[in-house]
Design a protein around this ligand. Structure first.
Ligand SMILES: [Cu+2]
Length: 454
């Protein structure tokens, strides 16, 4: 568990104001106490088959509950009371926020059963605060940060120097992470990762408020989302977790189907819409902080239903993520409702990488939504068509037959092949609501092919 304790803001050290002093503690969550749980709520029937693969406990299947290690935060140096945190953080560690010229001091205490560390991205640190274990030929004081044993403690010092600050073209606060780095893939898969924000001066509220969700002067709240296919096969606790199978002795941990069942396509460690409520206020700016983590499969298209975002001045509704890639975007929610937030990679979507966020009206005053535009009606029918992928019957790029060697794979019709024509459904435009007269195609729209009305 992590403890956080804020020292007085006026303490100066090496030209940096000492504003963030944090007591961290790593706990392994035991079965009977704070077991991590992805409760299965199957909210759309077509998910059933997909959900079963990952969620159902069986003779050789762990199910949806895994033992993890987590960074947890406490309110003071007595390490007795957990600091409040939003439920949607899931198994992420506490949010660390600091402004330019601040120094972050983390007192890490390891309450887990193995050696762990804390290693940050996006801040300045000396060699003794890197928190990463690798053969760097250091020893003594420069090696202690590389591995904190069970029961041991270490103090990390990280600085938000000017050279590490958000630029004028960046968002007011940049999204980074910290994680354990003895064996980073295994430590992170076990659960030891959290979010770190470095902000321009004047962006953060002072003192203890800095630890809250509403910690900023420029936006209503920060929301952090980690998109990751969490590979529980890599976790240090795999053997403990296998004990949760109904017939653990029969488990073959190299069985590809068993491995597949332990790939949790999660947002902050939750799948299939189980991420606890993210509640936003209509018309109030929100900063979204997204990051990817994991493997070659962790290529994510984070798509927001209902509202759009500004990504460095450009409007979008989708943010692209790779492993250890961080995205910061601002949203001023306009549409009230409960909205889906998903990865648009088909396989990830079907495997559960889906969450909700809610926008509600928090202010009594109404904001005018009148516009000066016109109402445009479109009459679109969904119609079945036999679509031909190559109407000319030829490979026009080489002036060759479609049934020659290379192209036969796609266009041949013998040996049980379909060929190049498929039944499809397309959007077709009509002139009015009687849906009797299709709108004629024009030379300008001919290239649209199978796409619907522009
Ligand atoms: Cu994805």
């Amino acid at each position: 568990m992590i403890k956080a304790y804020i020292f007085p803001d006026n303490v100066q050290n090496s030209g940096f104001s000492l504003k963030n002093t944090l007591f961290f503690r790593i706990n392994t969550l035991s079965k009977n106490r704070l077991t991590w749980q992805n409760t299965m709520i199957i909210f759309i029937c077509f998910h059933l088959r997909h959900a079963q693969v990952f969620m159902e406990r069986g003779p050789q299947r762990i199910g949806s509950v895994y033992k993890k290690a987590m960074f947890r935060e406490y309110t003071d140096a007595s390490y007795t009371q957990l600091a409040p945190r939003p439920d949607w953080l899931g198994f992420l560690g506490p949010i660390l926020r600091a402004e330019v010229d601040d120094v972050i001091i983390v007192h890490l205490k390891n309450f887990a059963s193995r050696n762990y560390t804390m290693h940050p991205h996006g801040v300045f640190y000396e060699k003794n605060s890197e928190g990463a274990f690798y053969p760097d030929r250091t020893s003594g004081n420069l090696k202690q940060d590389d591995s904190v044993p069970p029961g041991g403690s270490y103090t990390y010092r990280w600085e938000v120097r000017q050279e590490f600050a958000p630029t004028d073209d960046d968002a007011n606060c940049l999204t980074w992470v910290y994680h354990s780095h003895i064996d980073a893939p295994k430590d992170i898969a076990s659960g030891l990762i959290g979010a770190l924000l470095t902000c321009k001066k004047g962006t953060l509220k002072e003192g203890r408020e800095r630890m809250n969700v509403s910690a900023r002067t420029d936006v209503d709240q920060d929301v952090f989302l980690m998109f990751s296919v969490v590979d529980e096969n890599l976790s240090w606790y795999l053997m403990d977790n296998i004990q949760k199978c109904l017939d653990p002795k029969e488990v073959n941990e190299d069985d590809p189907d068993f491995e597949e069942s332990n790939l949790m396509h999660a947002i902050n460690g939750f799948v299939f819409g189980n991420l606890p409520a993210i509640e936003l206020c209509q018309h109030r700016a929100v900063a979204w902080h997204l990051f990817g983590m994991g493997n070659e499969v962790d290529i994510h298209s984070a798509f927001f239903h209902g509202n759009t975002l500004l990504d460095r001045g450009h409007r979008t509704d989708t943010l692209s993520l790779f492993p250890a890639t961080f995205a910061t975007a601002q949203m001023v929610p306009k549409a009230v409702g409960k909205w889906l937030l998903t990865c648009q990679v088909n396989d990830h979507l079907q495997a559960g990488m889906q969450a909700f966020y809610t926008v509600q009206s928090c202010d009594s005053e109404t904001v005018s939504t009148a516009t000066s535009g016109v109402v445009r009606n479109f009459y679109l029918a969904a119609e079945k068509v036999l679509w031909n992928y190559a109407p000319s019957g030829k490979d026009l790029t080489r002036n060759a037959s479609l049934t020659e060697t290379d192209r036969w794979v796609f266009f041949g019709r013998s040996h049980g092949r379909i060929g190049g024509k498929y039944w499809k459904v397309t959007y077709k435009e009509y002139t009015d609501s009687t849906f009797t007269n299709p709108k004629p195609k024009t030379p300008e729209t001919g290239h649209l092919g199978i796409l619907g009305k522009l």
